[in-house]
Design a protein around this ligand. Sequence first.
Ligand SMILES: Nc1nc2c(c(=O)[nH]1)N[C@@H](CN(C=O)c1ccc(C(=O)N[C@@H](CCC(=O)O)C(=O)O)cc1)CN2
Ligand code: MG
Length: 295
Amino acid sequence: MEDIQVDKKLIDGKAIGTIIREEIKERVQKLQSKGCTPGLAVIIVGDDPASHTYVKNKQKSSVEVGMKSELIQLAATVSEQEILDCIAQLNDDDSIHGILVQLPLPKHIDENRVILAIDPAKDVDGFHPVNVGKMMIGQSTYLSCTPYGIIKLLERTNTQIKGKHAVIIGRSNIVGKPMGQLLLQRDATVTYCHSRTKDLAHHTKQADILIVAIGMAKFIKKEHIKEGAVVIDVGMNRDENGKLCGDVDFADVKEKSSMITPVPGGVGPMTITMLLKNTLLSAEQVCDTDKHEDK
Ligand SMILES: Nc1nc2c(c(=O)[nH]1)N[C@@H](CN(C=O)c1ccc(C(=O)N[C@@H](CCC(=O)O)C(=O)O)cc1)CN2
Ligand SMILES: [Mg+2]
């Protein structure tokens, strides 16, 4: 018999993402049998190679689960009004259930105005203030894909959240801030840390669940964590050899943690998985008469 080595400490976002994508695919097939194909439109501005890679991945993944994918590529010199016009057209297009604008945008474009132009019902990134507001007060809505994916990683690994102390390093609108809210709603005690936090290790050492989104390669060492902590690494950096790595020094921290996400293959694949999930939910709202609880 084949001996399959399973690393029990590793939170395998790629594997968990694949299982969830299979579930999404089945639900897409159900919609298709009723004559409705979920459609995702992605707007990309400029030619940042990393952004183009993520967008290609989003397109490929959406087609793999049976969705229609539409790509709108705009030059880096495009005016803000042209982007807004493009969004207005997609808002009115009944074959499109999800719209996202790949970030970051060029400096001359106001990201907030662009996000505000997306119909909240099609905002599958969960970045529109209406959806952020709903999330804050615990109403059913599209959740920002990275924190939503992290919640799914914790759930699917049976990590208890209730009563645990979760420490988040990072306070961005798309990861840190919503992450804390989602954990709070699941009865965690939440501490936010950031670049100005004094004695960071004092806080991180108290974490049962440590979420790291600080943007500094291999910054978190074993001295920063409590024995047995669950460590979630949102970072994506290049190390001194140009190799992709997280904000956590994986080799240093792994032994002391009870579970840890790798980079690559941890949080990243879940971000795209939850984008597919949000697009599915949007299409179900429009096409399906069945009620779906799990938003
Ligand atoms: N409109 C949005 N823009 C951006 C988002 C977002 O959610 N919506 N998030 C990031 C980029 N991003 C998706 O857009 C993203 C980044 C990385 C990954 C990922 O799977 N990473 C892999 C490694 C990839 C590699 O080899 O380079 C991993 O961690 O395993 C997915 C999505 C900013 N912009
Ligand atoms: Mg800008």
